[in-house]
Design a protein. Structure first.
Lengths: 105, 584
C-alpha cells in the first residue's frame, strides 16, 4: 500500500493516489492532496466544490454527476475545469478524499 | 492430476475452457513456435527489458499449458516436452489473473507482429472470461461489470440524471447559438442518426456531448439520443464475459430498432466502437438492420459534403494523433481521423510508429479500472511517453476515452506538459457558425470611423468574439479572431494589428500571461492592448505585472456603444455616434 506524504500529512493511498481510508479525511489532507493535482493553494471556490463533493459522498457513497455538482455549487462547467485542471473525476474527487471513481476514468 | 486434488474453481475453469475453444483460439494456442518476434512489440517488455514474464509468448504459455494438459493431444502424449501443466489451486488462478489482467492490455500489437498469426489477445481475453466466470477478477472489473449488468451503464448513471444532463447541455447550446431549436432530441423516431456515448461523458465531462450536438445541429442532421440503451461501452470486451458483452450490445441494438433509427453513430471510444460495431452482434446473437458508424466518419462526411464549415486556423497549436488499439488494429479506423484532423488543425504532426503499429496508451483492456496494476502501467508508459515527446506536439488527439485517460496519466507521470483532446472538441472549435442576420437595415455611412484599422480580438467564447468582431467590422475595421492564447500570439506576430483585445481567463493560457508575452516582445510591445473581461476582480493579475499597464480595461457585459467608445479612444479616432445605431 503506497503512503503519500506531504509536509506533516502522511496517509495511505491506493496506486492511483486516492485515499485508502476516506473516513479519515480532513482539510490538511485536502491541501496536501491538492498539490498532486496541480493546485497549489485551495481558494474559497475550491473549498466550495470540495465540500460539496465530500457531503454528497458521505450521504450517498458515490461521486455526484457533474450536472449536480454544477447545479448545487452554481459553477459553470468551464469553471470546474479551471479550478481542477485534471477534471472533476480525478482531480476534485481525489482532493475531497473520495475513492477512485469506477469505470473508464 | 486427479480431479480430487483440484479446487472447485480450477476444475470449472478447465471444464469451461472446452466451450470457448473455437478455431481462432485453437489456431493461436497451437501455432506459437517461440520465435520471439512478439517480444519487442510489447510495450511492457520494452519498459521491463530484464523481466521475461512480460513477453507475450511467455504470458501465452501460462494459458497454453493448461490447454495442452487438457485439450491438445500433444499434451496427452508427451506432456513434459510441450510444457503441459494443469491448474490445481486457487493460488494458480490468482497467478493467472495477475498475468491476464495485470500484464497485458489486450492491445494486439504482438498479434500483428507474429509470423504465425497467433492472436494472443484473443485467448488472453478468453482466459479473463474463464476467471471471471469463477469470480476471480480485479475489483474494478467486478464493480463496473455489476453496474453494466444491473443499471445498464458502466458508471451507474440513473435515467433521470442522464436526461437531466442532456437537457442541461441543450440549454447551454441554445444559449450559445441563440437558437431555441438547437437542443438534443430524445427518443425521436425514424431519425437518420441515433447517437450513443460513453457514460463518462455524461457523468464527468459532458462538453463532448454539447460539442457533438452543436455539430449535428449545424449540419442540420435529423438525429436523436436514446433515453435508454445509450451506453456504447462494453466491459464484456475487457472482462471476457461474452454474456455481459451480448446483454450490453443488445440494449443498444434493441433501442435503435425500436426507434426505427437508420444509423447508430458511436462517439469517440475505441473499445465501445469495436464492441458495438464489430463484436456485439456475435455476443448478442442479434441481426441488425441499421448502419453503424464512428462519429469520426460522420463528422468527416459533414465537412466533405459541405454540411458544416470549419476554419482550421482556430486550432493552431501543434497536434499529434494517437491511434487507439481497438480502432486502428482491430477495426482499421486509421485514415479517416487523420483526414479530419488535417481539415480542422493547421499543424498536424505524425507520431511514430503509428496506425496499426502504434503503441498502446497503456490504459487499454480495462486497465484504467484496475488500480492494483497502476504502478506497472505507469512504468510501461515510458514507451508511450518517449513516443509522445518525440512528436514535439502540444496536444495529443485520440478517438478513444480510455486512451484519453491513459495518455493523461502518462503525461502527468512523465511531466510532458501536453494536453489530451478528441476530434469532436477540435471540430466543434473550428465550426464556422453563420451569424443570423436579424436587422437587414443598412448601416449609416458614417459608421466607417474605423476604416483601415486592424484589430485582433481574443476571447475563448466564440459568441463574444463574433459580437465584438461584428461591431468593429460594421464600423469599417479589419478584424482578426483568436479563440485562445496560442492563436492570439501567432496572429499578433503575423499581422501586427493596431489594437489587441484580450480576455483574461482562457483555457490554454491565462490572458495575463499573453499580456506579458506581448509586452516583452520587441515589436508587439508598442501595440495598445484592451483587456475585456467578465472577471474584473482578476485585474490584479494584469496590473501586478512589471509592465506598462494595458491601455484599456473593459468589463463584461459590453455594450456596442461602450465598446466603440473605448476602441476609438484607444485608436485616437473621434467617436461619432451615428443616428439610427441601436443602443443595447
Amino acid at each position: 500500500m503506497p503512503t503519500f506524504t506531504h509536509g506533516d500529512v502522511s496517509i495511505e493511498v491506493d496506486e492511483d493516489g486516492f485515499m485508502e481510508d476516506p473516513e479519515s479525511w480532513n482539510e490538511e489532507i485536502a491541501k496536501a492532496l491538492a498539490t498532486t493535482e496541480g493546485v497549489e493553494e485551495l481558494s474559497e471556490e475550491h473549498w466550495k466544490l470540495v465540500n460539496y463533493l465530500r457531503d454528497y459522498w458521505l450521504k450517498f457513497g458515490i461521486a455526484p454527476m457533474i450536472r449536480k455538482l454544477c447545479k448545487e455549487t452554481g459553477f459553470p462547467l468551464k469553471k470546474v475545469y479551471e479550478l481542477f485542471p485534471s477534471g472533476p473525476a480525478k482531480g476534485a474527487c481525489k482532493v475531497a478524499g473520495l475513492s477512485k471513481p469506477t469505470g473508464c476514468v | 492430476m486427479s480431479k480430487e486434488k483440484r479446487s472447485h474453481k480450477a476444475q470449472k475453469v478447465i471444464e469451461r475452457m472446452g466451450k470457448k475453444l473455437n478455431r481462432q483460439v485453437v489456431g493461436s494456442l497451437v501455432a506459437c513456435v517461440h520465435c520471439g518476434n512478439c517480444t519487442d512489440s510489447c510495450h511492457y517488455v520494452l519498459a521491463n527489458p530484464g523481466d521475461p514474464t512480460y513477453a507475450p509468448a511467455y504470458k501465452a504459455d501460462r494459458i497454453r499449458k493448461f490447454f495442452k494438459a487438457h485439450y491438445d493431444w500433444t499434451g496427452r502424449v508427451f506432456p513434459a516436452w510441450v510444457g503441459a501443466k494443469s491448474l490445481y489451486t486457487d493460488e494458480d488462478l490468482e497467478e493467472l489473473k495477475d498475468t491476464v489482467f495485470g500484464k497485458c492490455t489486450n492491445c494486439r500489437r504482438c498479434t500483428i507482429n507474429c509470423p504465425m498469426g497467433v492472436d494472443y489477445a484473443t485467448f488472453n481475453r478468453m482466459a479473463r472470461g474463464l476467471l471471471v466466470s469463477v469470480g476471480v477478477m480485479p475489483e474494478g472489473v467486478a464493480v463496473v461489470s455489476k453496474d453494466q449488468w444491473e443499471i445498464g451503464n458502466q458508471m451507474g448513471v440513473l435515467k433521470e440524471d442522464y436526461l437531466d444532463t442532456l437537457e442541461w447541455m441543450s440549454e447551454e447550446l441554445q444559449g450559445e447559438l441563440e437558437d431555441p431549436n438547437a437542443g438534443i432530441p430524445i427518443d425521436k423516431e425514424d431519425a437518420d442518426i441515433v447517437y450513443s456515448i460513453n457514460p463518462r461523458e455524461v457523468k464527468y465531462d459532458p462538453r463532448t456531448i454539447a460539442d457533438a450536438a452543436k455539430i449535428f445541429h449545424q449540419a442540420g442532421a435529423n438525429w436523436t439520443m436514446p433515453s435508454e440503451g445509450w451506453d456504447m461501452t462494453n466491459f464484456g470486451l475487457f472482462s471476457g464475459d461474452d454474456d455481459l458483452g451480448g446483454a450490453v450490445a443488445r440494449r443498444l441494438y434493441e433501442k435503435v430498432s425500436e426507434l426505427r433509427g437508420k444509423k447508430l453513430v458511436i462517439s469517440e471510444c475505441g473499445h465501445g466502437y469495436r464492441s458495438t460495431r464489430c463484436e456485439g452482434q456475435n455476443w448478442a446473437q442479434w441481426d441488425i438492420d441499421f448502419v453503424m458508424e464512428s462519429s469520426v466518419i460522420t463528422m468527416l462526411n459533414y465537412i466533405k459534403e459541405g454540411r458544416i464549415k470549419v476554419d482550421k486556423t482556430r486550432n493552431t497549436t501543434p497536434v499529434t494523433f494517437h491511434d487507439s488499439c481497438n480502432n486502428a488494429r482491430s477495426c482499421g479506423l486509421t485514415e479517416e481521423p487523420r483526414e479530419l484532423l488535417k481539415l480542422v488543425c493547421t499543424d498536424f504532426r505524425e507520431m511514430y510508429p503509428n496506425r496499426a503499429e502504434n503503441y498502446c496508451c497503456t490504459g487499454g483492456g480495462g486497465a484504467m479500472s484496475m488500480s492494483e496494476y497502476t504502478p506497472r502501467r505507469l512504468k510501461s508508459a515510458k514507451i508511450k511517453a518517449d513516443q509522445l515527446a518525440a512528436t514535439g506536439a502540444k496536444i495529443v488527439v485520440t478517438s478513444c476515452h480510455n486512451c484519453v485517460d491513459g495518455l493523461a496519466d502518462c503525461i502527468k507521470h512523465y511531466k510532458l506538459g501536453m494536453e489530451v483532446t478528441q476530434l469532436v472538441n477540435l471540430v466543434a472549435n473550428a465550426l464556422v457558425i453563420e451569424k443570423k442576420v436579424t436587422v437587414p437595415v443598412a448601416e449609416p455611412i458614417a459608421a466607417s470611423d474605423l476604416q483601415g484599422r486592424r484589430i485582433l480580438v481574443t476571447d475563448d467564447e466564440p459568441d463574444f468574439v463574433t459580437f465584438v468582431s461584428t461591431v468593429l467590422e460594421d464600423n469599417g475595421a479589419t478584424v482578426f479572431r483568436a479563440y485562445n492564447a496560442a492563436e492570439a500570439m501567432e496572429i499578433a506576430r503575423r499581422e501586427k494589428p493596431d489594437l489587441i483585445t484580450l480576455d483574461i481567463s482562457m483555457p490554454d493560457k491565462d490572458g495575463s500571461e499573453v499580456f506579458a508575452d506581448i509586452r516583452e516582445d520587441d515589436i508587439l510591445k508598442r501595440i495598445p492592448v484592451c483587456i475585456i473581461t467578465g472577471q474584473p476582480e482578476l485585474r490584479k493579475l494584469i496590473y501586478d505585472k512589471p509592465h506598462r499597464p494595458p491601455e484599456g480595461f473593459v468589463s463584461k457585459p459590453v455594450t456596442e456603444d461602450g465598446l466603440l467608445l473605448n476602441v476609438k479612444k484607444l485608436l485616437k479616432v473621434a467617436h461619432h455616434q451615428p443616428e439610427g445605431v441601436r443602443k443595447q
